[in-house]
Design a protein around this ligand. Structure first.
Ligand code: NAD
Length: 294
């Protein structure tokens, strides 16, 4: 069985790494937080003392880091991880980062004979734990074929989005739609309730009508409408508003590069920044509901 170096054991990385262990891969793990490394070591992974130590002799590397600067900081430069990897190593970079940043890392990898895919995910921490993530992948199809068993141990839907950086483009497009739908749903819920409707009745009518969308199906932002939604648990768990703001910012950066017109995405970003200013960045992104109620 091949050996995988897994770097970045946060909310997403830890459960993803756990699924690789369950699938029988040999795992070497590293995170700046020692407690996360120790936790996986207890479950059978080999603890590494640095990213380079984890990657030593590994066939593949998986990274799940917060943002572009962490990914560029880890891989690039004379002492970066790419310079420590042997040619032919497969790198699956799963963080959500700027498409431009992903292309920069792709280029540096190709110059060293390293096969890299940008492979951001959708599905949240629940999908990471259940092994049902969606992967949106940018890079060569032949490299994806080689990496498929690793992706399949962590996810259910594995999409080839296109060439280098395409996975990141798909991810920011998807999250922009999600944010806009969430805001539109929250606005309509507040409007209906202010005009005398029962929130559960309104939610069900819209869900089954032409306004129906993913947030009405799975994630209603009005507290009490869906028992298991973050809105009914004080907007805890789920996907943090500050991560949504980050992804909306990445969408705006991508729009800037191509001079694309994205007014809905721009407005969504402004509303999420407002939430961050209100100290709600660590709440689930459906907390946007509170902008429309007293
Ligand atoms: P997180 O902050 O919980 O985890 C990131 C981990 O990376 C941390 O444990 C941190 O210590 C570690 N780290 C940072 N720099 C490092 C370095 N140089 N070497 C080793 N470890 C390092 O973040 P997360 O929620 O797991 O998200 C990871 C990525 O996945 C982000 O890009 C995020 O946008 C994306 N994502 C998150 C979700 C979600 O629901 N949380 C869903 C989809 C995508």
């Amino acid at each position: 069985m091949q050996t995988i170096a897994f770097i970045g054991l946060g909310h997403m990385g830890l459960p993803m790494a756990r699924n690789l262990l369950k699938a029988g891969f040999n795992l070497k793990v590293f995170d700046l937080v020692q407690a996360s490394v120790d936790e996986l070591a207890k479950e059978g992974a080999q603890a590494a003392s640095s990213a380079a130590d984890a990657a030593l002799g590994a066939d593949s590397v998986v990274t799940m880091l917060p943002a572009s600067r962490h990914v560029e900081g880890l891989y690039l430069g004379d002492s970066g991880l790419l310079s420590a990897l042997k040619p032919g190593t497969l790198v699956l970079e799963c963080s959500t980062i700027a498409p431009e940043s992903a292309r920069k890392v792709h280029k540096a990898a190709a110059e060293r004979g390293i096969e890299l895919l940008d492979a951001p995910v959708s599905g949240g921490t629940a999908g990471a734990a259940a092994g049902t993530l969606t992967f949106m992948i940018g890079g060569e199809a032949a490299v994806l074929d080689k990496a498929r068993p690793v992706f399949e141990a962590m996810g259910k839907n594995i999409f080839h989005a296109g060439p280098d950086g395409a996975g990141q483009v798909a991810k920011v497009c998807n999250n922009q739609v999600l944010a806009v739908q969430m805001i539109a749903t929250a606005e309509a819920m507040a409007l209906g309730v202010a005009n005398g409707l029962d929130p559960a009745v309104l939610a069900e009518i819209m869900r089954q009508s032409s306004g129906g969308n993913w947030t009405l199906e799975k994630y209603n932002p009005w507290p009490g409408v869906m028992e298991n939604a973050p809105a009914s648990k004080g907007y805890s768990g789920g996907f943090m508003a500050e991560l949504m703001a980050k992804d909306l910012g990445l969408a705006q950066e991508a729009a800037q590069v191509t001079a694309s017109s994205t007014p809905m995405g721009a407005l969504a970003l402004q509303l999420y920044r407002l939430l961050l200013k209100q100290g709600k960045g660590q709440k689930d992104f459906s907390v946007v509901q509170q902008l429309f109620v007293e």
